[in-house]
Design a protein around this ligand. Structure first.
Ligand code: NAP
Ligand code: G3H
Length: 481
C-alpha cells in the first residue's frame, strides 16, 4: 500500500503500512496559496489511535535495545532520503502551508542537517557513576550507576508553520534516545509531515517504532494526550493548546514550545540601518507566522522617526503575492488567522495608532502593515499577531522596555540594538525571556543552541543536545559491595 491513494487520499502510517481509516472519513486540506486541494488525510477512530499507540509501545522495547549505531545509521539514511526529495517535499510544504519555495525547500534541507547533527550528538550520550561517601555517613564502597534510558513512548505534536522541521526536531531526538514515537502532525501540514515520515520508512524504520495519528486536534487531541501509554509529550503550537495539554496530561512529562511576543528594543545609539534590516527580516519572513518573529518594536523616542522611515522603506520593498511566485509576504494560513490580524489592526487604528504603510486584503493575503505610535491600551501591544503586521511603541527610557517586556505574558526571545555592551548586558540580564539576541533578529537557529521560552512561551528546553537530554531519563542501579 502506498502513502497516497486515489483522489489524493493519504493513508496514516501503522506499522510501516499506509492505511485508510475504518471511520470512512477524511479531512480535506486546501492550499492557502491557490485554494486547490493538497490532499485528504484520515480521520482516525479512537480504536485505531489505541492500536497505533499499543504497537509503538511493543516496538519500542526492541528499539531501545538496539546498538546506538543502528539508530545513528537510520537517522543518517533518513537525512539522505530527505535531501534526495528536497524539491518534492519542498513543493508540498509550499502548497500546503503557503511558504515560498526557497524557504520550503530550505526547511527540508535544514531538517536533514538537524537529523545528522542529532545522530552525531546521540553517539555521545553517557551516564555517570557516583560514590556513596559523597553524602555524610555514606559508604565509599557503594556505587551508583546512573544510566540514561529512554522515557518509552513519546507523543510528538507539531504545528502548521514548520510541518517538517518542527516535527523532525522532536522525532529525531526521541528516536536516537531509543524512544518509540506517536506522531500527530498539524492537520494543515499533515501531508508534508507524512512525506517526511515516508522518507523515514524508506530509510529503514523498523515496524511500529513510529506510527502516525491523524485527525483534528479538537477531536482526537484530548484522547491521545490522556492516553495512559504515553510517557512524554513534546508539543509545539499555540499557548492555549499547550496549556490545555498541560492540564490534561496527568502523569506524562510535557515539553512545550509555545507562542511569543518577541520585542526588538532599539536604543538611541543603536545602528539603525542594521536594526531596520534585522527587524524587517525578523518580523515579516513567512508573513510573520513564526513563534520567533519580532512582534513589537520598542524604540527610544529620539531615534524613532529615523528608524520608522528606514523600516518603512524596507517593508514597502517586500514582494507580496503567492508562495508559488516566491513572494516574501504570502497568504496567511486561513481566513480566521487573517481576520484576527485585521481585528488587531482595526483596534489599534481606532485607538489612535498611525498606519505608516498597509495595503488591501485579497482573501487570506494581507499586505504588510506597519503601525507607529502604538500604545499599551491597544491589543496589538500585547497579543500575538502571528501575521504580517508590526507595531512600534515609542519609549523614553531603556528601562521602560524592560517593564513592557516583563509585563507581557510571553517570554520567548528579545533583541536589543545598541553599541554599548554594558547597556546590552544590563537589559539582557533583566529581560524575562529564554534567549536575548544582541544586534540581531530573534531566531531559533542555529539548531544546536538551547531554545526555550519562559512564562507562557513554554516549558522545558529544546535545541539538538537539550532535546536529546529531554528524551532521556535517569535509571539508577546501586551496587552495594
Ligand atoms: P495550534 O493550533 O496550537 O496547533 C498545534 C498542534 O496542536 C496541531 O497539531 C493541532 O492539531 C494540535 N492540537 C490542537 N488541539 C489539540 C488538543 N486539544 N490536544 C492535542 N493537540 C491539539 O498551533 P498552530 O496554529 O499550528 O501554530 C501556531 C502557534 O504555534 C502560534 O501561537 C506560534 O507562536 C506557536 N508556535 C510556537 C513555536 C515555538 O517554538 N515556541 C513554534 C511554532 C509555532 P490540528 O492541526 O489537527 O488542530
Ligand atoms: O515558529 C517557531 C519556530 O521555532 C521558529 O523557528 O526562528 O527558525 O523561524 P525560526
Amino acid at each position: 500500500m502506498t502513502i497516497q491513494h486515489e483522489d489524493k487520499r493519504f493513508g496514516f502510517l501503522f506499522n510501516n503500512e499506509w492505511k485508510q481509516s475504518e471511520s470512512g472519513r477524511t479531512i480535506e486540506i486546501y492550499s492557502p496559496d491557490d485554494e486547490q486541494m493538497v490532499g485528504q488525510v484520515q480521520a482516525m477512530t479512537q480504536n485505531e489511535v489505541n492500536e497505533a499507540i499499543a504497537s509503538v509501545k511493543e516496538a519500542q522495547a526492541h528499539w531501545e535495545n538496539k546498538n546506538v549505531h543502528e539508530r545513528v545509521n537510520l537517522l543518517h539514511r533518513w537525512a539522505d532520503e530527505l535531501e534526495k526529495r528536497a524539491d518534492e517535499i519542498g513543493e508540498t510544504i509550499q502548497h500546503e502551508v503557503g511558504k515560498a519555495f526557497s524557504s520550503a525547500r530550505g526547511e527540508v534541507i535544514r531538517t536533514a542537517e538537524l537529523i545528522r547533527h542529532t545522530a552525531e550528538d546521540g553517539l555521545r550520550v553517557n551516564g555517570e557513576l557516583m560514590q556513596g561517601d559523597g553524602f555524610p555517613g555514606g559508604d565509599k564502597e557503594q556505587l551508583a550507576m546512573i544510566k540514561k534510558v529512554p522515557h518509552g513512548v513519546v507523543l510528538a505534536i507539531s504545528p502548521f508553520n514548520y510541518p517538517v522541521n518542527l516535527a523532525a526536531a522532536k522525532i529525531a531526538p526521541a528516536l536516537i534516545a531509543g524512544n518509540g514515537v506517536v506522531f500527530k502532525p498539524a492537520t494543515q501540514g499533515a501531508v508534508s509531515g507524512m512525506q517526511m515520515v515516508e522518507a523515514l520508512v524508506n530509510a529503514g524504520l523498523p515496524e511500529g517504532v513510529l506510527n502516525v495519528v491523524t485527525g483534528r486536534g479538537s477531536e482526537i487531541g484530548d484522547f491521545v494526550v490522556q492516553h495512559p501509554t504515553i510517557d512524554l509529550i513534546s508539543f509545539t503550537g499555540g499557548t492555549e493548546t499547550g496549556q490545555r495539554i498541560s492540564e490534561k496530561a496527568t502523569m506524562a512529562g510535557v515539553i512545550l514550545e509555545l507562542g511569543g511576543k518577541d520585542p526588538a528594543i532599539v536604543l538611541s545609539d543603536g545602528d539603525l540601518d542594521k536594526a531596520a534590516k534585522e527587524i524587517v527580516g525578523g518580523a515579516f519572513s513567512y508573513s510573520g507566522q513564526r513563534c520567533t518573529a519580532i512582534k513589537r518594536v520598542l524604540v527610544m523616542e529620539d531615534v524613532a522617526d529615523q528608524l520608522v522611515e528606514k523600516v518603512q522603506e524596507k517593508v514597502e520593498a517586500l514582494k507580496v503575492g503567492k508562495a508559488s511566485e516566491n513572494a516574501q509576504i504570502t497568504p496567511m494560513i486561513n481566513d480566521g488567522a487573517a481576520d484576527y490580524v485585521e481585528e488587531l489592526i482595526a483596534d489599534a487604528k481606532d485607538k489612535g495608532a498611525k498606519v505608516v504603510t498597509t495595503g488591501e486584503r485579497q482573501g487570506n493575503l494581507l499586505h504588510p502593515t506597519l503601525l507607529d505610535n502604538v500604545t499599551t491600551d491597544m491589543r496589538i501591544a500585547w497579543e500575538e499577531q502571528f501575521g504580517p503586521v508590526l507595531p512600534i511603541i515609542r519609549i523614553s527610557n531603556p528601562l521602560e522596555a524592560i517593564e513592557l517586556e516583563n509585563e507581557n505574558e510571553y517570554g520567548l526571545q528579545g533583541s536589543i540594538f545598541t553599541k554599548n555592551i554594558d547597556d546590552a548586558m544590563m537589559l539582557a540580564n533583566k529581560l524575562e525571556v529564554g534567549t536575548v539576541q544582541i544586534n540581531g533578529k530573534t531566531s531559533r537557529g542555529p539548531d544546536h543552541y538551547p531554545f526555550l521560552g519562559v512564562k507562557n512561551s513554554g516549558q522545558g528546553v529544546q535545541g539538538i543536545g537539550r532535546s536529546i537530554s529531554s528524551m532521556l531519563r535517569d535509571k539508577v542501579i546501586v551496587m552495594n559491595m
